[in-house]
Design a protein around this ligand. Structure first.
Ligand SMILES: Cc1cc2nc3c(=O)[nH]c(=O)nc-3n(C[C@H](O)[C@H](O)[C@H](O)COP(=O)(O)OP(=O)(O)OC[C@H]3O[C@@H](n4cnc5c(N)ncnc54)[C@H](O)[C@@H]3O)c2cc1C
Length: 379
């Protein structure tokens, strides 16, 4: 049964530093604001800042008329805001290496989350592979839990993970010698990239950031995207760390108040002047493109070699590849493989990555039950 839409001035998707800062500014000025976050147990509460928060609530659709569909407690609610602020954060950059699909291989930040909030204590030797500050953070967390990573491999050459049912070893080249390390858990890390699913769904313009090797939404100085009434803040706009995310969220909040007619442009600018963030980019290195035998699309088991072959046959856009190979059509809907697919096609065809683009996104952006989706269609 479809309930009446929930009306609010601003819906904020994501309650990390950016979303929380935006919600606090808005609620502090008396605007009606709803912040939804999929983390936590399902609950509705009013924060100290006066913002309404739904935790354990997953936003999975944003329609052209700015209706946000949110799944909570097994049923979906339509939220009708005047403005939407997308503060959905970042995702780990996909890091395809031979054997990365084996059970026991994690993104290092995901592994850290499992240890810090999921209570996981690794009971097998851990190897960390990649680069950047994150590996140091995970290494320290392992140490604090009494589990020492047996090795941290910074961009090793010829690296591969081996095992039958799960990862049992990592090997790499030291000069011409192949060395092998026994392990049961691997944490891979190659940095973060903005999470752009919602932005792409609603048609926001993206640009290719060559220096950071990622697509990111085009926004103005206040977080307004190319789509009216849709703002983007924090890592979802540009991955620059916690302080910058909070500043960006607050700036978006002040401009949202201006758009709601609650403050003047001059008042907004006065409030934002002190908030312009000091940029901080975590140190991380993006890996090279995978060799031909490496699986890139984990869901459909499509290799880098198959993607390169498709580009040689004339595929010029990520979406064209779907029809040929089912690449990007599995449960993750290309969220994981998409960035690598774009770079592979670009490198093979000689086109700019921006022209190749990412896969078109499809709803639901997060898995929900068919029964729940069906209930959202008016009878
Ligand atoms: C392990 C780790 C350590 C870090 N250490 C540092 C550090 O030392 N210093 C530093 O400056 N930065 C650090 N960072 C980065 C910092 O956490 C981020 O830059 C910052 O959290 C970005 O804030 P954000 O609000 O943009 O996104 P996030 O904090 O990622 O918040 C996004 C939120 O959106 C929610 N969300 C996403 N999609 C949906 C959806 N469809 N429906 C509902 N909710 C959704 C998520 O649940 C999440 O809570 C670290 C990051 C990690 C992962």
């Amino acid at each position: 049964m479809l309930s009446a839409p929930f009306e609010t001035d601003v819906a904020v998707v994501g309650a990390g530093p950016a979303g929380r800062a935006a919600a606090a500014v808005l609620a502090g000025a008396g605007a009606r604001v709803l912040a939804v976050d999929e983390r936590g147990a399902p609950a509705a509460s009013v924060g100290d800042d006066g913002a309404l928060q739904w935790s354990g609530a997953t936003a999975w659709h944003l329609t052209e008329d700015r209706t946000l569909w949110v799944s909570r407690r097994g049923a979906s609610v339509a939220v009708r805001p005047r403005l939407v602020i997308l503060a959905t954060g970042a995702m780990e950059r996909p890091f395809p290496l031979p054997g990365w699909t084996l059970p026991g291989v994690f993104g290092a930040a995901g592994l850290l989350s499992l240890m810090m909030s999921g209570g996981l204590v690794p009971d097998r030797p851990v190897v960390l592979i990649g680069g950047g500050d994150m590996l140091r953070t995970v290494s320290k967390a392992c140490h604090d839990l009494g589990v020492m990573p047996v090795a941290t491999l910074h961009a090793p050459s010829g690296c591969r993970m081996q095992g039958e049912d799960s990862v049992t070893s990592v090997s790499f080249l030291r000069g011409e010698i192949r060395e092998t390390i026994e392990c049961g858990i691997v944490g891979l890390h190659a940095g973060f990239i903005p999470s752009t699913q919602f932005a792409r769904l609603i048609g926001c313009r993206l640009q290719w950031n060559a220096a950071r090797r990622c697509f990111q939404p085009v926004i103005d100085a206040y977080g307004n995207s190319s789509v009216p009434q849709v703002m983007i803040a924090g890592d979802a706009a540009s991955v620059e760390g916690e302080a910058a995310a909070a500043s960006g969220g607050a700036i978006a909040g002040w401009d949202a108040l201006r758009q709601l007619g609650r403050i003047t442009p001059a008042e907004r600018d006065e409030r934002c002047a002190a908030l312009r963030p000091e940029r901080h980019t975590r140190s991380e290195s993006a890996p090279g493109l995978p060799d031909d035998d490496v699986i890139v699309c984990r869901c459909e088991e499509i290799t880098a070699g198959q993607i390169r072959a498709a580009a040689r046959q004339g595929v010029r856009q990520a979406d064209e590849l779907k029809g040929l190979s089912r690449c990007g059509m599995g449960p993750c809907q290309g969220r994981t493989c998409g960035p690598v697919v774009a770079e592979l096609i670009a490198a093979e065809s000689g086109l700019p990555v921006a022209d190749v683009g990412l896969f078109r996104v499809r709803v639901p952006l997060k898995p929900i039950a068919m029964r729940e989706m069906a209930q959202c269609v008016p009878a």
